[in-house]
Design a binder for this molecule. Structure first.
Ligand SMILES: Nc1ncnc2c1ncn2[C@@H]1O[C@H](COP(=O)(O)OP(=O)(O)OP(=O)(O)O)[C@@H](O)[C@H]1O
Ligand SMILES: [Mg+2]
Ligand SMILES: [Zn+2]
Length: 356
């Protein structure tokens, strides 16, 4: 029975890669899927992806028709460290991850890719994006119109949405309650191809992957991402990275695919609940709490536009609520209570009395 060098499990017929070796060594084998996972792992680092591309190309250029003593697998090409543009530590890494094998142990050993064929196939899958790249988003003319203030941020988001850049595309909004985060996401949800999930309803990493691969949203909007399980959240490290990859199981094979996805996520502070790698993948925008003037202005606007109150009453509610709870939601609730027939005084008295 053939045992996998990587996972030590038996390998079914046809699933094995015969590790290239020197003829006097005993044969060894690796699951195709195990090597594939190693490739996916190593290629998360773009530099190694480039090294592997180079090695495939080098071997194809220099392969011989008569493999002589390196007679197993793809060992029709062999190279010394000095033949290829590889630092010793890079070679060591590729060897440790089983992507490169030693085929002639000597003082100056010869090496080759463990499977040039599979490496090549893997690298090809990285080039295919899951959704069509460069496709323009249909952005409503009045996007963000319901949001008061934040003009600089609206401008930033619009510029990003109209561009198609690898890094200028993921944003994490961190802000105190009622600072407008969900409102921003709801506006973004109007863009065709957007899909919103709430972190508190607990999409797991499996759920997120499923969603990304089946719905294929152009915009993934994640509200309350701080409520998501930390481990599940870290699934986004791949999709939110510059190389935008995720692994996919298709026809029993694991492939790594490139995504064309934008992520907008919202969270309450503190920022420290996110790992440095996680934060590093986003343009992090930290909303400060509203100043008194901003608060009153937002409440005035909302109560007039959305609750149909007259201006002086709207401003008064804004000023009064600022002195009590500073919550925009409270202002909205009180406005509704006033519309329902209560006096503003009554509402404010209840609010002050039953507050600890
Ligand atoms: N800048 C703003 N423009 C318009 N409405 C706003 C703004 N800021 C807050 N609001 C209003 O305040 C209420 C709460 O806002 P929103 O739900 O966006 O807050 P949030 O930041 O998501 O808060 P939480 O952290 O509690 O989820 C909504 O009714 C929203 O319309
Ligand atoms: Mg919210
Ligand atoms: Zn294995």
């Amino acid at each position: 029975m053939k045992i996998c060098l990587i996972c030590s499990e038996p390998i079914p017929e046809g699933e094995e890669i015969t590790v290239p070796r020197y003829r006097r060594e005993p044969p060894s084998f690796i699951h195709k899927s195990c090597l594939w996972m190693k490739l996916a792992h190593v290629c998360q680092n773009r530099e190694y992806e480039a090294k592997l591309r180079y090695l495939v190309e080098y071997e194809e250029r220099n392969k011989s028709d008569s493999p002589r003593e390196f007679s197993e697998g793809t060992a029709d090409a062999a190279w010394e460290l000095s033949d290829v543009k590889l630092a010793p530590h890079e070679l060591k890494k590729l060897k440790d991850e089983h992507l490169v094998s030693v085929i002639l142990p000597a003082r100056r050993p010869y090496y080759c890719l463990t499977s040039r064929e599979l490496t090549k196939k893997f690298l090809e899958t990285l080039e295919k994006p899951i959704t069509t790249p460069g496709e323009k988003l249909k952005i409503p003319d009045d996007l963000f119109e319901t949001i008061i203030g934040y003009d600089d941020i609206k401008q930033l988001f619009l510029a990003s949405l109209k561009a198609d850049m690898p890094m200028f595309r993921h944003f994490l909004l961190i802000g105190p309650p009622h600072s407008g985060k969900t409102t921003f996401l709801l506006e973004l949800e109007r863009i065709p191809g957007a899909f919103m999930v709430g972190g508190e309803s607990g999409p797991t990493r499996v759920g997120l992957r499923e969603l990304i691969l089946s719905v294929r949203p152009k915009l993934l909007l994640i509200d309350e991402i701080d409520k998501m399980d930390k481990v599940d959240r870290e699934f986004l490290l791949g999709p939110a990275d510059e190389y935008a990859r995720t692994s996919v199981v298709k026809h029993g094979e694991i492939r790594s695919e490139r995504l064309n996805l934008r992520i907008f996520a919202a969270a309450n502070p503190p920022k420290s609940r996110f790992s440095p790698q996680f934060l590093d993948r986003f343009w992090v925008i930290e909303f400060p709490p509203y100043s008194r003037d901003e608060f009153v202005e937002i409440v005035r606007n909302l109560l007039m536009r959305r609750r149909g109150l007259e201006e002086s009453l709207a401003v008064r509610i804004g000023e009064e609520i600022w002195n009590v709870t500073q919550s925009i939601r409270d202002a909205l609730r009180v406005a509704e209570a006033v519309k329902a027939g209560l006096s503003l005084e009554h509402c404010l008295n209840v609010m002050r009395k039953y507050r600890r």
